[in-house]
Design a protein around this ligand. Structure first.
Ligand SMILES: Nc1ncnc2c1ncn2[C@@H]1O[C@H](COS(=O)(=O)NC(=O)C[C@H](N)c2cccc(Br)c2)[C@@H](O)[C@H]1O
Length: 535
């Protein structure tokens, strides 16, 4: 057949492609539920694998007629939904990298991502309210009937590509770069599929599972939730944004949809534990919730213990890894956690990948005790930061164990130590190791001790310079609604019994909640704003 024929290029069924891998279930069990979601008019609606495949092909048909080429980007602005999934799988079908963003994104941030990604097309949900997308970017909407194009993308010249290969970019996740300019993490089809295939070897889900996903679509945690559920032939339950802000409504939605697995960042559980422990205990007793998976940041052990007490039969999974490899390890944690555990295992890499600890002096750490920086070896390594080869070279470095090979590894900036069991134990980010009066302090250790104080339900430590003061160690704490606010002097004395004086917080601030990033992690950069004004 003429490879340059009218039909848009597609991936051969034999090669790694996100759409091919995730819709395999549509061929074997088309009637099984793929997505169970809140219906626009209230209640729930279910999309089967067969219906999801049909919607994907309808979207691919419309996209295919726009004359776009493999590699042209498509912005998908939406909450996680069946329509958004059909749209991103349609992009994967045609080799169009999708750039997921949430409707909550401020206009100027979206503009920065458009400047960076130079997408051919911006798609949003039917009810989406975004306006002002600048030409030459085309615009369109995603609905149950497929795509409607409002402004076609500007013509981009003759097609140059014949097919979609596994090394083509599946998606670009824009993270808030430290320099303020967003960094685009480009992931290939091979990268995503090989990580999901590695997770699949654990056979965690059955087709009867219903996975509640709570991450915004722009966070690769949401893309994992989609891949995790669909690659097991299970159903995904996207939890609507407005159901996440109230613990009662969140728990009611989990009960109403019959969720058996809950995927969420640790911080999402804090208000649930604080305000609705009883309702959560009731959900635990019903035994429908079989598993809790978390990722994005270390789950504070004491908070995790409280969650485990309320979900005593659930399996707890710790998923670790930077967006630059999607993730790298999935570890089952004991339920309950041993009482003396102060840090969590991040296990060992999924099949097909490897984590190596390299000490500050460049030597490999291969015995328990010393801390080293985690380096990742994997087919899931990202292709690079979009249009930024210099920054890419600082993260994808020659394999320190085999520099002559030309192979690259990912330098994570994360610290870990080896446990006696060969598992890795997370020690925080290298840049969250702070120096206090010349001593190296791991903030997680301070937080762990403060959080163990009776009545304190969460603790975040930070070194902050108050005005022109010298930088001091501050602790921000939440406390149980059933206990009065802790007395800072008592907390300091409690910490001093086990930690050296320089690790005792100089100031203790009681807060209702911790500031969070758009992806639901504790926003440490925002803590300074919580400091009381100078007297
Ligand atoms: N389980 C942990 N314990 C402790 N610290 C964690 C964990 N997971 C991350 N982190 C930290 O977050 C950093 C990375 O941040 S990120 O690039 O925004 N990506 C993320 O958080 C999300 C991550 N890619 C992810 C999450 C779920 C599914 C997939 Br598929 C991928 C890591 O380098 C770690 O510092």
């Amino acid at each position: 057949m003429n490879p340059f024929g009218p039909r848009p290029p597609r991936a051969h069924a034999s090669v790694d492609n996100l759409r091919t891998y995730l819709l395999a279930g549509a061929a074997t069990a088309p009637h099984r539920p793929a997505v169970i979601q809140a219906a626009p008019g209230g209640g729930l609606e279910t999309l089967t694998y067969g219906e999801l495949a049909e919607r994907t092909d309808a979207c691919a048909e419309t996209l295919g007629a726009l004359g776009l080429d493999v590699g042209d980007r498509v912005l998908i602005e939406s909450d996680t939904s069946a329509d958004a999934i059909a749209a991103l799988l349609a992009c994967a079908t045609l080799g169009l990298p999708f750039v997921p963003v949430t409707p909550q994104l401020p206009d100027e941030r979206l503009r920065a991502i458009i400047d960076g990604a130079e997408p051919a097309l911006h798609l949003q949900a039917e009810g989406g309210r975004r306006t002002g997308i600048p030409a030459p970017v085309g615009t369109g909407r995603i609905g149950p009937a497929g795509l409607t194009i409002e402004r076609p993308p500007a013509p981009r010249g003759p097609r140059r590509r014949r097919t979609v290969t596994p090394v083509d970019t599946a998606y670009i996740i824009f993270t808030s770069g430290t320099t303020g300019r967003p960094k685009g993490v480009a992931m290939s089809h091979r990268g995503v599929v090989s990580f999901l295939r590695g997770v699949r070897t654990y056979s965690i889900l059955t087709p009867d599972d219903r996975v509640a996903g709570t991450a915004p679509l722009q966070f690769d945690f949401a893309l994992f939730d989609i891949g995790f559920a669909l690659s097991h032939g299970a159903a995904l339950i996207p939890v609507p944004h407005d159901r996440l802000s109230w613990p009662r409504r969140f728990l009611a939605f989990l009960r109403e949809t019959g969720a058996t697995r809950i995927n969420a960042v640790p911080s999402l559980w804090r208000p649930v534990l604080r305000h609705e422990p009883g309702m959560l205990a009731e959900l635990g007793r019903s035994e429908t919730v079989r598993g809790v998976l978390f990722s994005g940041e270390a789950f504070p052990p004491d908070e995790l213990r409280r969650l485990q007490e309320l979900l005593p039969t659930a399996q707890f999974l710790n998923l670790y890894g930077p967006t630059e490899v999607m993730a790298i390890s999935l570890t089952r944690l004991p339920n309950p956690l041993p009482p003396d555990a102060v840090r969590l295992s991040i296990g060992s890499a999924v099949p097909g990948a490897e984590m190596t600890l390299i000490a500050a002096d460049g030597r490999i750490v291969d015995e328990p005790g010393p801390v080293g920086e985690i380096h990742l070896r994997s087919t899931s390594l990202f292709s690079g930061y979009w249009n930024d080869p210099e920054t890419t070279r600082t993260t994808l470095v020659p394999d320190p164990l085999d520099p002559a090979s030309g192979r690259l590894v990912l330098k994570t900036g994360d610290l870990a130590s080896l446990g006696p069991d060969g598992d890795l134990y997370f020690h925080g980010r290298a840049d969250s190791q702070v120096q206090i009066r010349g001593n190296r302090v791991e903030l997680g250790e301070v937080e762990g001790r403060v959080a163990a104080f009776p009545g304190i339900t969460g603790a975040v430590a930070a070194v902050l310079a108050h005005d022109d003061d010298e930088p001091r160690l501050h602790a921000f704490v939440t406390h149980s609604t059933r206990a009065s606010a802790p007395d800072p002097k008592d907390v300091a004395a409690f910490v001093r019994t086990v930690l050296p004086a320089y690790m005792v917080p100089h100031h203790l601030h009681v807060v209702d909640t911790f500031p969070l990033t758009p992806n639901g992690k504790v926003d440490r950069a925002a803590l300074g704003a919580l400091l009381p004004p100078r007297p």
